[in-house]
Design a protein around this ligand. Structure first.
Ligand code: FMN
Length: 260
């Protein structure tokens, strides 16, 4: 059993990159992926249990809220969480805190992976990818130091009713978007999208992806397609992809990543 467990949700690799960096600073850590039901929910032997995830539609991504409810943590374990977001923090940290009672929490804004909504570069204030990554690395150092010192946050994560409503409304808008996933002629039929989809929602038919409706909107298929062939309607056709350069598609499909 590892001394630390970090539960991580990551669609385009940015939270996984952060989780790996924090794990390297902590040592002896299992990163348990939460894009589907986590393979390990018994965390009672871990001294520190962390949650690193992205904001999606103002709340928690996918089924993360239910997954976290299934996790068992020792009463005296140190609990921490870090959320990445683009424009607003939403209510994800508040929801995690409600379930596990966090000792420490933090957050950091990054470029947006929601490229059907806006180009990822449209940040306020404007930053380059390089600057965003540097900021994340600074945050990694701060969080690692805080966690190693067992620091406690003075305040609870913010709770804003508007984001709770927004995350509840996600289902409807997402259902419309799901129908717009298409692969264009540049598709090489490599099957990366099939392998990376956490729901098994994509299959190859005549060497082209066919998309079902069981999609959690992680966008891994869009972001990691090696020929940029997958689009959400026309809107993403001219938009640059933004997968994390330090995370390979194959890592996102792992169930547990151990870091010494
Ligand atoms: C489906 C989807 C919804 C998102 N919703 C929000 C949001 O409501 N607020 C926000 O600030 N960022 C939002 N984002 C941006 C991500 O939180 C941000 O880009 C994060 O760094 C992605 O990390 P990841 O690659 O580990 O998933 C969204 C991204 C996606 C793909």
């Amino acid at each position: 059993m590892s001394e630390n467990i970090i539960y991580c949700y990551s669609g385009s690799g940015h939270c996984l990159d952060m989780a790996k960096k924090i794990a390297r600073n902590l040592g002896d850590t299992d990163i348990v992926m939460m894009r589907s039901f986590p393979i390990k929910t018994d965390a009672r032997e871990a001294k520190r249990v962390g949650f690193i995830f992205s904001c999606m539609a103002g709340g928690l991504p996918g089924d993360v809220e239910n997954y976290v409810k299934a996790i068992q943590i020792a009463p005296d374990a140190y609990r921490f969480a870090v959320e990445q977001y683009a424009g607003y923090l939403g209510c994800g940290l508040h929801k995690i805190d409600n379930i596990v009672h966090l000792d420490y929490w933090d957050s950091i804004s990054n470029h947006s992976t929601a490229i059907w909504l806006m180009p990822h570069k449209l940040t306020l204030p404007p930053t380059s990818k390089k600057t965003a990554q540097k900021r994340i690395e600074r945050k990694v150092s701060e969080v690692s130091a805080a966690v190693l010192a067992g620091r406690k946050s003075e305040k609870k994560p913010p709770r804003e009713a508007v984001f709770e409503l927004m995350s509840k409304g996600l289902g409807k808008t997402h259902a419309t978007r799901v129908k717009k996933f298409v692969a264009d002629d540049s598709c090489i039929g490599c099957g990366t999208c099939v392998q990376i989809c956490p729901r098994g929602n994509i299959r190859l038919v005549d060497k082209k992806p066919s998309f079902g409706t069981d999609c959690i909107g992680c966008l891994s298929c869009v972001q990691y397609c090696p020929s940029t062939a997958i689009n959400i309607g026309k809107i993403t056709e001219k938009r640059e992809r933004f997968p994390n350069p330090n995370v390979k598609a194959s890592e996102l499909t792992e169930k547990i990543i151990h870091i010494d």
